[in-house]
Ligand binder design. Structure first.
Ligand code: NAP
Length: 256
């Protein structure tokens, strides 16, 4: 199996609709040991119940907005599991008003918050994991991004800026992590109805347009994005780093 003997950490699970859950299912089916982190106490109970579907899986609290929380979480995981082989960053947040109002009205705090949680947290996670010496040779980081980083998407606003920062961070991190033989890549997923997506104005219209115009004329599933994640965790992608792979049924290549 593709991920036999590998241990992967899935950061950012909320419920069964989370893209992270599709990634976890794919990793598990491909033979990996799967470990989770969740954010709020509010989500802890639901996450614990959900991950029972994966025998032996555990979830650890981690606030991506705090280096201390990331460090405590990764230290605990290293103590319990030893070195790991992959980390998925499936985390994003912006203030609701910054997704509802015109982009020009984004506050300084709102701009910083979106970039901090959605982009900087990947840099902090990679740095702390490396400092803790908790990565096996050839370890692979994956982060989820969206086309709103490349083109103006109605209602995506400051999250588009944060995703652009995330994608640039992936390229810069690839150079630093590459010195230790670690890889880092992004997956630009097509739109999927999740709790986070509910915050985006007219999200249903985006799904309809993708279905009409994407070369494959349908929307992607969390499992399909998860399968691309498994590929990036696996040794099959050992020459791929600093890359953003679109898993969007081809929507990004369409013009008029
Ligand atoms: P989701 O299920 O709501 O997942 C988002 C996760 O981010 C939640 O688990 C949330 O935890 C976590 N999070 C937010 N603030 C955090 C913090 N301070 N510390 C730690 N975790 C925090 O939604 P999703 O759509 O699957 O999103 C996963 C990733 O895919 C995001 O990066 C998103 O931008 C990206 N993506 C989504 C789509 C889409 O259409 N859905 C498309 C492309 C890319 P809590 O809810 O517990 O706070």
């Amino acid at each position: 199996m593709l991920l036999e003997g590998k241990k992967v950490l899935i950061m950012g699970i909320r419920n069964k609709w989370s893209i992270a859950w599709g990634a976890a299912q794919s990793a598990y089916e491909n033979g990996a040991t799967v470990i989770f982190t969740h954010n709020s106490m509010e989500s802890a109970e639901k996450v614990e119940a959900l991950i029972k579907e994966i025998p032996g899986a555990k979830s650890y609290p981690c606030d991506a907005g705090s280096d201390e929380s990331i460090r405590n979480c990764l230290e605990t995981i290293k103590a319990e599991y030893g070195k790991i082989d992959g980390i998925l960053h499936s985390i994003a947040h912006a203030n609701t008003e910054d997704l509802r109002n015109d982009f020009i009205l984004t506050s300084r705090d709102g701009y910083a918050h979106a970039c901090d949680i959605s982009a900087y947290s990947l840099v902090a996670t990679a740095r702390i994991a490396r400092e803790l010496d908790m990565l096996n040779e050839g370890a692979s980081f994956v982060a989820f991004t969206y086309y709103g980083s490349e083109k103006v998407m109605e209602g995506y606003n400051v999250m588009g800026v944060a995703k652009a920062a995330l994608e640039a961070s992936i390229r810069y991190l690839s150079k630093d992590l590459g010195k230790d033989g670690y890889r880092v890549n992004g997956i630009s997923a097509g739109p999927i109805k999740t709790l986070s997506a509910k915050g985006i104005k007219d999200f249903g219209t985006i799904l309809d347009v993708v279905e009409q115009r994407a070369p494959l004329h349908k929307n992607v599933t969390t499992k399909q994005v998860g399968d691309v994640t498994s590929f990036l965790f696996s040794d099959m992608s050992s020459a791929v780093t600093g890359e953003i792979i679109h898993a969007d049924n081809g929507f990004n290549v369409t013009g008029i």
